[in-house]
Design a protein around this ligand. Sequence first.
Ligand SMILES: C[S@@+](CC[C@H](N)C(=O)[O-])C[C@H]1O[C@@H](n2cnc3c(N)ncnc32)[C@H](O)[C@@H]1O
Ligand code: SF4
Ligand code: SF4
Length: 340
Amino acid sequence: MIQRILSVQKMYPGVVTPFNIGMHTAKMLYHMMLKDGVAPEPLNIDLKVTKRCNAHCEFCFADIGSGEELPVEAYSSLAKAFKKKKAFFITGGEPFLRADIYELFKAIKDEGHEVGAVTNSSLIKKEDYVKLKILDSLVLSVHGTKEVHDALLGVRSFDRAMQILHYLSRMKPRPYLLVNSVVNDGTRDKLGLLKQECRDADEFRVSNISFLLKEELKNHKSESRRRFGEEIVTTQYIAPDVPKKPEHIEGELYPDLTESEIVSWYSHKFITKRRCLYIHSSVFVAENGDVHPCQYYKYPVGNIKSQPLKEIWNSPKMRKFRREISAKLLPGCSRCCKLL
Ligand SMILES: C[S@@+](CC[C@H](N)C(=O)[O-])C[C@H]1O[C@@H](n2cnc3c(N)ncnc32)[C@H](O)[C@@H]1O
Ligand code: SF4
Ligand code: SF4
């Protein structure tokens, strides 16, 4: 948990300060004790700015496709509504498919917030590398050495990711550079080699693959219907079988599982005492403005086109969701990377 906080602190040094974390935690614990489902203003806002993607990673949990996208002005208004500095994180789909992505970053920065983004790197043009300097953190997804990565995504982007790392690592000031590598068949035993190739990054993160098995999905559907009166649709990756666990982990494992948790994660049932704090400190806004408790659930609790996010954040539906998840996780929460 400490390791996770330190990493986020490097990504958003102005938001994740000991004072902010201390104040937020105290207020959060107070409401958890009251069991009222209320949470203090979020520290982090995740923005999925497009559903579109030019790649097709087989393990992808993002709900990708096509659909409405919000204009930059919508993000500008959203950012303006928060007086205190927040950590905005831009994701997708592939965010750089948006022609106005750099204006979007600027609109949020102009309101005084910190901004991070994650990308598969394939669409960032050489002449635009310099524009990435506006970000406070940049996460590059690199899922293997060149052949493995490019084959997995179905687009060539390994070389570009290395070029971006090399270019930005020599700049000052510059974003915190994090490589995120999801464990897969091609890298499981070659993480040391990959880490070496990504040496220009500030952090090399080895992400455990998030997944559900068919049986877990079935349980999730029935349990969510029973507890919420409707199915809470999960976008989680449904694996055909249990993936093999990583070997010789080099880098920061995410989530930072213990030895026994690793064995359990890569088995038919992940048993954990971990809790979800994400829904008490962060929120997920989808490309059409729908607000969801997190990236894994399509469970709209409001829409920023018709209601301020601050209001949606503690709406009756969101409060019920927090109360339920705090009492007991749903089967769909199993192997969620946000569990602490
Ligand atoms: C959903 S993608 C969106 C941004 C961009 N398209 C990319 O791939 O970087 C955000 C991050 O989630 C990771 N991811 C996707 N599916 C995953 C899974 N099943 N388990 C763990 N990480 C996953 C991706 O590798 C990427 O680093
Ligand atoms: S590039 Fe990102 S959004 Fe696209 S398929 Fe891969 S993980 Fe999913
Ligand atoms: S633990 Fe569950 S509710 Fe919390 S972020 Fe993960 S999937 Fe969402």
